[in-house]
Write a protein that binds this ligand. Structure first.
Ligand code: DON
Length: 319
């Protein structure tokens, strides 16, 4: 009973309709109490389950916000597609694909088995193993330069200077032995492209970058716009690389639930354990949602409900 689905057209509905539906989505799902705030990264456990923000940003530069759309939280795994994009831009998509892999794993985001099951020992840039491998490919002479490349690149996607949350970084750095193990395992297989501990540290930093639902919407709108940030007019990514990034997000952005997500929402998307979720409607815009309670796979419960609702009612589903 979410009302009539709109047929996908080449553009977003008129501004008044988008604004009204964004408000309706917030009202509809604000009272949902399912899901649990992540606590395996201790600093994330402090999140208020009630925080809830939504933003839609169009490729024409218009933005529609409701609720805590300007509340900052750590980007976490949503950094993965954007860092993959930056590495593809720097190295070429073919080299990045050969080095990292682009196939769905059907397994959880921190799976070691996914590495063992693939004969090439590649996975994909949306799960931790492939994301740490991606980070290890960031250009730079040392860790400082590689981190700069990533932080500056994420900032260009958002159209503003982003910063790292020191508390979230320190909290995860003290508890990320599993990711350290994954990076060293990949190193053993020749699938790490800088020192594995350094790559894990930079990856942990990139996951602690502070963004808002509005930032996610603008970052998504940049991918919807063929790689041009609609707010700043800057080209962050070439169009042919942009579509590859979206393909990988559609394949594996919601981990083992990526098939369910594509079936229900019909858009490339990416989730993060701090409660962020981004979805991209190519040619139309980006959607960012922030709501900390997660389901068992680590995806925001309200974030999924909102994206499904807005995909239907705004006519965004690609299929
Ligand atoms: O590596 C980790 O475990 C976190 N920095 C990111 C995981 C994450 O966001 C999974 N997503 N839904």
């Amino acid at each position: 009973a979410m009302g009539p689905p709109a047929v996908s057209t080449g553009h977003l509905p008129p501004p008044g309709v988008v604004a009204e539906l964004v408000r309706e989505a917030h009202g509809r799902y604000g009272a949902v109490t399912e899901g649990r705030v992540a606590d395996y990264i201790p600093a994330l456990a402090k999140a208020d389950p009630a925080w809830f923000g939504i933003c839609v940003a169009g490729v024409n530069g218009q933005a529609f916000e409701v609720g805590e759309a300007e509340h900052a939280f750590s980007i976490q795994s949503i950094s993965k597609p954007f860092v993959f994009a930056l590495v593809c831009q720097a190295l070429g998509g073919g080299r990045a694909r050969a080095a990292i892999g682009v196939n769905a794993t059907g397994l959880p985001f921190n799976s070691v088995m996914a590495i063992e099951l693939n004969g090439e020992r590649t996975v994909n840039p949306m799960v931790n193993a492939g994301a740490i491998a991606t980070t290890s490919l960031a250009p730079g002479a040392d860790a400082q330069e590689r981190w700069r490349f990533i932080l500056d690149g994420l900032s260009r996607f958002a159209g503003r200077t982003l910063e790292m949350d020191e508390e979230v970084y320190a909290s995860e750095a003290a508890t990320n032995q599993r990711n350290q193990g994954i990076a060293r395992l990949l190193h053993g297989y020749g699938r790490m492209y800088c020192d594995p501990d350094e790559a894990t540290d930079i990856y942990t930093r990139q996951c602690a970058v502070r963004v808002t639902a509005r930032d996610l919407a603008v970052m998504g709108a940049t991918l919807a716009d063929g790689g041009v940030n609609p707010m700043t007019g800057e080209r962050v990514l070439d169009a042919d690389r942009c579509r590859r990034v979206l393909a990988v997000m559609a394949t594996a952005g919601l981990y083992e639930q990526s098939g369910d997500w594509l079936y229900e929402v019909g858009l490339p998307g990416k989730s993060g354990v701090a409660g962020g979720i981004v979805a991209i409607a190519p040619g139309k815009g980006g959607l960012g949602v922030f709501s900390p309670p997660l389901d068992a796979a680590g995806n925001s419960v309200r974030g999924q409900l909102v994206t499904r609702f807005l995909s239907e009612r705004l006519g965004l589903n690609l299929f």
